[in-house]
Design a protein around this ligand. Sequence first.
Ligand code: ZN
Length: 132
Amino acid sequence: MHELTIQTARRSHILDITRDVREAIAGEKGSAIVIYVPHTTAGVTINEHADPAVARDFESALERIVEDGWPWEHIEPGEENAPTHVRAALIGPSVVIPLRDDGSLALGTWQGIFFCEFDGPRDRSVCVAVLQ
Ligand code: ZN
């Protein structure tokens, strides 16, 4: 398994990690990869990465779908991150991507892999495992 380190720069931060994932599995053969985020306030998804505005729209949309101002119960002093847990759960902690016979990711033309930070900025980990 490969473990990538990601640095996020703001509270909600959707980062394109497609290149990092490609570099991590370069030269390996298998049927698919699993990308897994071992955090409770971050996730991973696949979506359009041709236009960087799509990632920013995800940040704005999730902040509206799950509002900060709700009467949250998970409130710890210095760590008021209840909505960020729910945003992360909506995105989910993992994706599976098939590998072609030449080892390349079977992503569509417009697809990229995005790390989805909801409680940054922080240093984060992303696990990438090649399935045989
Ligand atoms: Zn929390």
